[in-house]
Design a protein around this ligand. Structure first.
Ligand code: G3H
Length: 252
């Protein structure tokens, strides 16, 4: 049985006050069995420690990105060492906005995942196809290409969570249907089985992300291979609590 994971990616949003107050609200109101569901909130770098303090370690915090390099002359970057020092154990990597707005290649994402794992961080590794890629039947090819770039550098996937986030569903209100999500998650699990190990295929959490809200969370989480969510816009609102509830109530 895989522990479900609900991640909230705040992206480039929030204030110090929001990070404190909203985190406290989540801590006080989110109802979930910690044996069944893990909640990870990912504020901007500036707000990580405020959120961490407010969440009192009951709910984990995650960076949204790190550098692939050790501490040094890399202006504007955040290192794995800095997260370790701050007691932060998670990072998102390879988010589609990193890939498509900031030009991170599959290779760079692979290097970042390797570097993060080597520094004992847990990684939410994001993959997903663009609309034209889906429409031209390349969904599986694109997802596997992105995973292969990680696989070339990473053998042990025990601290990796995969987030399948079709780019066409991110921030658009167009959620993948539960069937579309299940179809891809199943392909990803088969990929893990063939390319990593049967154990990794059984144990690795595969999250869905892309316009998840409290309205569609129940039917998405009901699918066999959907092990949770990476939530963007709805993670900044009260509905995030309902998404956590949906995971907690899922019959799996
Ligand atoms: O990391 C989260 C995803 O980009 C989803 O964002 P969204 O829920 O706003 O579509």
């Amino acid at each position: 049985m895989r522990k479900l994971l609900v991640g909230g990616n705040w992206k480039q949003n929030g204030t110090v006050k929001f990070a404190h107050d909203f985190s406290q609200n989540v801590l006080n109101k989110a109802k979930f069995d910690a044996n069944k569901v893990e909640v990870v909130v990912s504020p901007s770098t500036l707000h990580l420690l405020t959120a961490k303090q407010a969440l009192q370690n009951h709910i984990q915090v995650s960076a949204q990105n790190i550098s692939q390099y050790k501490n040094g002359a890399y202006t504007g970057e955040l290192s794995a060492e800095m997260l370790n020092d701050a007691g932060i154990h998670w990072t998102i990597l390879g988010h589609s906005e990193r890939r498509h707005v900031f030009g991170e290649s599959d290779k760079v994402v692979g290097e970042k995942v390797k570097h993060a794992l080597a520094h004992n961080l847990k990684v939410i590794a994001c993959i997903g196809e663009k609309l034209d890629e889906r429409e031209s039947g390349k969904t599986q090819v694109v997802n596997e290409r992105q995973l292969n770039a990680i696989r070339e550098l990473v053998n042990d996937w025990s601290n990796v969570v995969i987030a399948y986030e079709p780019v066409w569903a991110i921030g658009t209100g167009k959620t993948a249907s539960p069937e579309q999500a299940q179809e891809v998650h199943d392909q990803l699990r088969q990929w893990l089985k063939s390319n990593v190990s049967a154990d990794a295929a059984n144990a690795t959490r595969i999250l869905y992300g892309g316009s998840v809200t409290e309205k569609n969370a129940d039917e998405l989480i009901a699918k066999r291979d959907v092990d949770g969510f990476l939530v963007g816009g709805a993670a900044l609102k009260e509905g995030f609590l309902d998404i956590i509830r949906a995971a907690n109530d899922a019959k799996k």
